[in-house]
Design a binder for this molecule. Sequence first.
Ligand code: FE2
Length: 419
Amino acid sequence: MIGTHGRVQFSPHQGLAATLPGGAGWPPTHEAMENQTRSVRRRRTATQARTRTGSLPGPVPILETVHDVARSLCFVEGRGAPLDAAVAGVMALLNSDGVAILTRERRGEYLFVKADGILGEWQGFSLSGEPAQMLDALIERDDIVLFKRAQRSPWAREFLFAAGMEWGALAPVRVREERVGAMLVNQVTAPHVRSEHAAGLMTLATLAGVAILEARRHAKSEEIFMGVIVSLTMALEAKDPYTEGHSVRVAAYSEAIGKQMGLPPAALDTIHRTCLVHDIGKIAVDEAILTKGSPLSEVEREKMDMHVLIGESILKPLRILHPLLPGVRSHHENFDGSGYPDGLKGEEIPLEARVLAVADAFDAMTTDRPYRVALSEEEALAELRRTAGRQFDPRVVAAFEQIFPAVKRTLQNLRPRRP
Ligand SMILES: [Fe+2]
């Protein structure tokens, strides 16, 4: 059965205006965020108590719930919070057993970006085929759908995900003309849904859409920042034919090592990005030191060693690059504690830094330098083996040995031009 409802435009809640960007409550504090989550949970508990007597919340609690979720959009920390609040809001609104938010990755493909309750296990899964096509149609129509298992509708067949669920609802997630995704509700028993609940669901879905678009905007900014930093690193390396392409090769080796070690995709991504910018601090090191054709003096070595701290301080102001800081700071630490800048030992050294160190050393050894010619790949590998346990993490060196044949095959494409 397809349910329809009239769109309700809620009047701005008086308290809401004060907490929107530019208002007196902006920016919100961590404490405010905590209070926010507690507030939505309190309402949910109150709703559950009401539902035991068979009724859903009235217009005022609905408005309060919507208000809470709208406030959560103001949070600048913890970008998961607005979607958590939207899901908790729907739980409170309909006393739901399961709520999920799906984003449209492309036409005919959706991703469960947030799922709670009985639908919680779906988080991270994608959806394609007929149900995804039905969601495409839902978004185009821009209206909610209510369905019961007993009615045997295609909606009930495709969207009552959990066993024992008898009732469901789907709301399109649209923000202006952006088709963002859909919000799914599953319940054991059918509630008595009035127009204000339908309107509340639609509004919460729209708020979730605003949060998703905001998160995407952040991600885009992050990519732009990252692009600028990587360009700077490339420009720095390109000035010196001995180091040209160094970071790209180190990133390729490190990612292959990480995969061999079974690291999850998020860790591989962090390692890859860290490698691309790991020597950004050299931008502040005297060019005469960087390109010196003989071993460095003690003073020059000290200045050179500063590049790990300078790199960290360059990236630090950009919070979105913080996951890269440990690798940048610690990529010259040695496994036996003899490295710099902190003299960390063994597993005190962040894993990404231990991986990077092996890849960095291999590339340095197999590349011509002003003061020596390159070692062969086999000679460099033997050197890594020899110093495993002292300079390098033996586990990382072992992983590198495993991927070495593949590295060797692809090395030709990544080699720098000869000076
Ligand atoms: Fe370095």
